[in-house]
Design a protein around this ligand. Structure first.
Ligand code: FAD
Length: 598
């Protein structure tokens, strides 16, 4: 059941407590753990669902944000972009980004059941086979390999028909998809770009090959984009995992409540290893915190920003940083909050010779309302897709001059370095506002193997204050080189014959950016990110001195805490990252069930 205040808790002891997003925590619901406590976000929802499957297991999921139910913007895929800077967003801001002319950027994170899976842009990428095999190597754990993770790919999602039920032959490969709760489909509202993108790929070949289904594991090529959409509606960790489980008698979901601290309750078997079995929760910094016990484990799923913040507030992290904040250090882990990585991105705009782009809907309230009404009645039309029906992952040229200074950072030849998403209208991903007239296309370009790394840390012991967030965009020369190459690739792509008579001029300052330096200046002025933050509590081999969690996602040097969210990724995936979050959450649920014989 859903509880909206800690005062509604009828018990203060559970098997598991899931902290955050009840996103992937939904997995826990499968288990019905009586002894777990957790935070419910994307991963949190998965865990909540999976663990509460066993009626003997009592699970409490704690989510700082609100319920996802009844909010149309979270369900109509096209409206997902409107959820940033709302009450469902943590509304974080980065510190000034040197690589972006010292601009600060808004960072969206879901403040709602389902976490960021409730507010994201829905693209569904499982990650290259090479990525998973590299994680198995980095962590020295075959259980994270592509082969071992196949079952969690199959268990987390299933392919369904697009909203318009068009023939998808050669647009996807049904045989490689599974039977899990998240519904996945290709776009259900074809655009005038789709055919041109595919024709260009077939014409150019080379670095732009056509790949029928990237999710088959070879993540290089131009393809129809798959999204977490079923029947024209968002499929999130909340709708797929959590909502169907929330009536279970062994699952309590506490919303609008922050976990403010993980409390040390003793030393494991009396020999010094700190043990954490209790959390503190509150709804504001004025409230007296309430304590809740997890008999078995605290499952920390608070995401790339919330997880390190909570660890630091609880005395877990770099020793000197904790001491300088006046926090008594309990566990020295220098990697907490470090290695924050995201994909830098730049929207490229062209005026187009068309009257069919979505620009007119964004400029005309009546048209917009009519289209929304159409979606509400039929789940058809423009609103069934997040903007963009096609995407491409491209490798840098083999002879790229940057390889004289840097080794290839990709996980292998089956993963790209650059991404492009083709959008039939002016998508405001950067700081350029939509022009008042005209029709446009947007290509959102990104670097998916960034080498720039930053951090999340705190400068306040008030858990309700935002942490300091520095993704350090574009500080590595590799990223600078790669994003310029992405712009050149887009220019080459759109200069080919399928676009003749359709693409007009580049829009904005890009028109005059003829040199590499000018292109880089354009990115510094208008660049943004794709909200794929990862890595602030990295997984490493159990005996390694670096890292925050071990191969089973248990907090190193402690008992009672397991971290399950995008913070544990040992490297940033070369793709959109929600599917890998679901997959690690599914595996975590199995690891927990095995450990406790559930
Ligand atoms: C705007 C946006 C667009 C994106 N687009 C895509 C996309 O198209 N495709 C894709 O694959 N990925 C996309 N992503 C990324 C993807 O959604 C996330 O990486 C993924 O959902 C993260 O899952 P998580 O479980 O790590 O964290 P989250 O899902 O963010 O869950 C963390 C949860 O913890 C809660 N929480 C935090 N601190 C506390 C606390 N102290 N107490 C209680 N609760 C707390 C939060 O409210 C949140 O619900 C996007 C993300 C955003 C924000």
């Amino acid at each position: 059941k859903i509880l909206s205040s800690p005062a509604e808790l009828v018990q203060t002891e559970y098997d598991f407590i899931v902290i955050g997003g009840v996103g992937n925590t939904a997995i826990l619901l499968r288990f019905s753990l009586t002894d777990l406590a957790w935070i419910a976000g994307t991963a949190g929802s998965v865990l909540s669902a999976r663990l509460s499957e066993n009626p003997d297991v009592k699970v409490l999921a704690v989510e700082a944000g609100a319920s996802n139910e009844g909010i149309v913007e979270t369900m109509a895929p096209f409206l997902g972009v409107s959820l940033s800077n709302t009450l469902l967003d943590w509304n974080y801001t980065t510190v000034p980004q040197e690589g972006y002319n010292n601009r600060t950027l808004s960072l969206t994170r879901g403040y709602v059941l389902g976490g960021s899976s409730t507010v994201n842009l829905l693209t569904w990428n499982r990650g290259a086979d090479d990525l998973w095999d590299s994680w198995a190597r980095i962590t020295d754990e075959p259980g994270w390999s592509r082969e071992a993770m196949e079952k969690y790919w199959l268990k987390s999602s299933r392919l369904v028909s697009p909203a318009d039920r068009h023939d998808t032959t050669n647009q996807e490969e049904p045989s490689i998809h599974g039977n899990g709760p998240v519904q996945v489909s290709v776009g259900g509202f074809p655009t005038e770009l789709d055919g041109r993108v595919l024709d260009t790929s077939k014409m150019l070949g080379g670095r732009f090959p056509y790949t029928v289904d990237l999710n088959a594991g070879h993540f290089v090529g131009v393809s129809y984009m798959q999204s977490s959409v079923g029947g024209g509606q968002r499929s999130s960790a909340a709708t797929a995992y959590l909502n169907p489980s929330q009536e279970r008698g062994n699952l309590d979901i506490l919303i609008n409540t922050h976990v403010t601290k993980l409390v040390q309750t003793g030393s494991w078997r009396g020999w010094g290893k700190p043990e954490f079995r209790v959390i503190q929760v509150a709804q504001s910094s004025e409230d007296a915190p309430i304590q809740v016990t997890a008999r078995k484990e605290i499952l920390l799923c608070a995401g790339v920003i919330g997880t390190p913040q909570l660890l630091l507030l609880s005395g877990i992290g770099p020793w000197q940083d904790l001491k300088s904040l006046g926090i008594s250090p309990i566990l020295a882990l220098s990697d907490v909050g470090q290695h924050l990585t995201d994909h830098p991105a730049i929207p490229i705009y062209y005026a187009v010779n068309s009257n069919s782009t979505f620009d007119r809907y964004l400029r005309n309230d009546t048209l917009f309302a009519e289209e929304l009404g159409h979606w509400e009645q039929t789940h058809q039309g423009l609103f069934v897709d997040s903007p963009g029906n096609t995407q491409a992952f491209i490798r840098l040229p083999n002879n790229a001059s940057i390889y004289e200074s840097f080794e290839d950072p990709s996980s292998g030849p089956g993963a790209g370095h650059l991404e492009m998403i083709f959008i039939d209208g002016f998508a405001q991903f950067g700081s350029l506002p939509q022009p008042e007239t005209g029709n446009f296309l947007t290509v959102l370009a990104g670097v998916v193997t960034p080498l720039s790394e930053g951090y999340v840390t705190i400068n306040s012991t008030n858990p309700f204050d935002h942490p300091l967030i520095d993704p350090a965009f574009l500080t590595s020369p590799f990223d600078q080189y790669a994003i310029v190459q992405a712009i050149k690739d887009i220019q080459e792509f759109l200069a080919s014959s399928p676009w003749n008579g359709f693409v007009l001029d580049a829009y904005g300052d890009l028109l005059n950016a003829t040199t590499d330096d000018a292109k880089l200046e354009y990115v510094r002025a208008y660049g943004s990110n794709i909200n794929h933050l990862a890595g602030t509590a990295r997984m490493s081999p159990r005996t390694a001195k670096w890292g925050v969690v071990d191969q089973e996602l248990l907090l190193k040097g402690a008992e009672g805490i397991r971290i399950i969210d995008a913070s544990v990724f040992p490297s940033i995936p070369e793709c959109h990252i929600q599917a890998p979050v679901y997959m690690i959450a599914e595996r975590a649920a199995d690891l927990i069930k095995d450990r406790y014989h559930l």
